[in-house]
Design a protein around this ligand. Structure first.
Ligand SMILES: Cc1cc2nc3c(=O)[nH]c(=O)nc-3n(C[C@H](O)[C@H](O)[C@H](O)COP(=O)(O)O)c2cc1C
Length: 183
């Protein structure tokens, strides 16, 4: 197999992992999601991968529109995700530009959520607000607080820890051709 074919296979495998992990009934991959705070600090938190679109080179997660990360994204739309699939022994790192979808456009996704999942979107006071006691908040399912955070991927770094270790970097600007990197 040529180097180009092998690189293509590795990228296709990474997308298969992401697609299999996203959405209902999936492995529900957890991803670390990094943003830059309004004052320039790196921020990382866990989110669930909800959508993966190889054709568009895009992934998405669901968030509360009133959470602090939205303020960060309004200042800098650059976002990065890292996920690790233990069975495949594969790490996938993605960096790109964030988009926010909320309002009527999210109706179908909202309708597909379970009642319990909907409670993750809509909280008073808003996520991250100081409260007087640990339970001094109320959760309500609020479609107006529900948002889809998309990431239009610019670069994807894939590390395969099967023996021997392999690592490749793919970029939108390089038409996803890929470049082997020393792991
Ligand atoms: C296992 C796990 C899964 C989570 N999934 C999500 C998620 O899909 N979307 C989300 O916005 N927050 C999710 N969270 C909560 C975030 O990690 C974070 O605490 C919250 O979004 C507030 O982040 P922020 O203050 O940076 O906005 C998850 C937390 C854990 C521990």
């Amino acid at each position: 197999m040529s180097e180009a074919d092998e690189l293509g296979d590795m990228l296709a495998r990474a997308w298969r992992i992401l697609c299999r992990s996203a959405g209902p009934g999936s492995d529900a991959a957890l991803m670390a999601m990094a943003t830059l705070s309004p004052d320039g600090w790196p921020e990382v938190r866990m989110v669930v991968l909800r959508e993966a679109e190889p054709g568009a080179g895009q992934v998405a997660t669901y968030i509360d529109l009133h959470s602090s990360k939205v303020e960060s994204l309004r200042k800098s739309g650059r976002v990065a995700f890292t996920t690790w699939h233990p069975d495949e022994r594969t790490q996938i790192r993605m960096a790109g530009n964030a988009g926010l979808i909320h309002g009527p456009e999210t109706a179908a996704r909202w309708a597909a959520l379970t009642g319990a999942a909907r409670l993750n979107y809509g909280q008073a006071p808003r996520p991250g607000a100081p409260i007087a006691a640990a339970d001094a908040y109320a959760k309500t399912a609020d479609p107006d607080s529900f948002a889809v955070l998309t990431c239009r991927i610019e670069t994807m770094d894939v590390v395969d820890l099967a023996h021997p270790h392999r690592r490749a970097l793919y970029s939108r600007s390089g038409d996803w051709a890929g470049q082997w990197l020393a792991p």
